[in-house]
Design a protein around this ligand. Structure first.
Ligand code: DGL
Length: 266
């Protein structure tokens, strides 16, 4: 029996589109309801309690839309609220976070020193550092909050002079000398992956959560026999506050015009 209910994916804004697109590419039959909480972004500057409250509300809404699984496509929410969500919804649906698949992917690569860049909330949570070290005790993990990057990307400033200047200001830091790899621990950052690669002159390996999360989603759907039938893939994009740049970026990502709906779920 196929399960044609949609997968719910959420983030504070456009960042989670990097994850939902990877899911659509790997699993084209799956329908997605994407929710961007543009009214409350950036999440990265908020407390664990506030992010957890937003995440709970959004997940409740997505489950009311009959989602069969929820992907927390935001590192700030994954680090602040994942445990809260599991506890609150008590096994009533499958949740996928963006941290574990990335940590699992990087920790067995034999690196000596890795950098982690993310929002303030993600870095402050210490979740990446702790999870990476629990997998590989001798790993040197350098973490840095880069709070301007997500709002900058959300406003459409990527692939240009502004983003290059901000990226340089954050990465020009002795701590990052000799890193083997850098983890883009914010789902907005894949949009500036090429610029980060140019900054490091392609000498540092760059990892993000996109394809590894899509693979995790696939694995769970297959294991639980919850895959959709052929040709089902329907995408709905919703935000808590309409912004043009969201609509533009989503259309760019999906390579076609998308219909953006504003939803007041508060
Ligand atoms: N894309 C998000 C993350 O992965 C949130 C960025 C923000 O709203 O601060 O953390």
């Amino acid at each position: 029996m196929a399960d044609n209910r949609p997968i719910g994916v959420f983030d504070s804004g456009i960042g989670g589109l990097t994850v939902s697109k990877a899911i659509s590419d790997l699993l084209p039959n799956e329908s997605i309801i994407y929710f961007g909480d543009t009214k409350h972004l950036p999440y990265g500057d908020k407390s664990k309690e506030t992010i957890s409250y937003y995440a709970l509300k959004i997940c409740k809404y997505l489950l009311e839309q009959d989602c069969k699984m929820i992907v927390v496509a935001c590192n700030s929410a994954s680090t602040a609220a994942y445990d809260v969500l599991l506890d609150f919804f008590k096994g009533s649906t499958d949740f996928v976070n963006v941290v574990d698949p990335l940590v699992n992917n990087v920790s067995d690569k034999g690196f000596a020193k890795v950098g982690v860049i993310a929002t303030k909330a993600t870095i402050k949570s210490n979740v990446y550092q702790a999870k990476l070290l629990s997998k590989n005790k001798s790993l040197d993990v350098i973490s840095k909050a880069t709070p301007l990057l997500a709002p900058m990307i959300e406003k459409g400033f990527h692939s240009g002079e502004v983003s290059q200047t901000v990226i340089k200001a954050y990465l020009e830091d002795d701590q990052f000398d000799q890193i083997d790899a850098i983890l883009l621990a914010c789902t907005h950052y894949p949009l500036i992956k090429d610029e980060i690669d140019s900054y490091f002159k392609s000498k540092v390996k760059i990892y993000d959560s996109t394809t590894v999360v899509a693979e995790e989603v696939k694995q769970i759907l297959v294991e639980k026999h919850k895959e959709a039938d052929k040709n089902q893939g329907v995408y709905q994009f919703q935000v808590s506050d309409y912004t043009e740049s969201f609509e533009e970026t989503a259309s760019l990502f999906y390579g076609k015009e998308i219909n953006l709906a504003e939803k007041d779920i508060w």
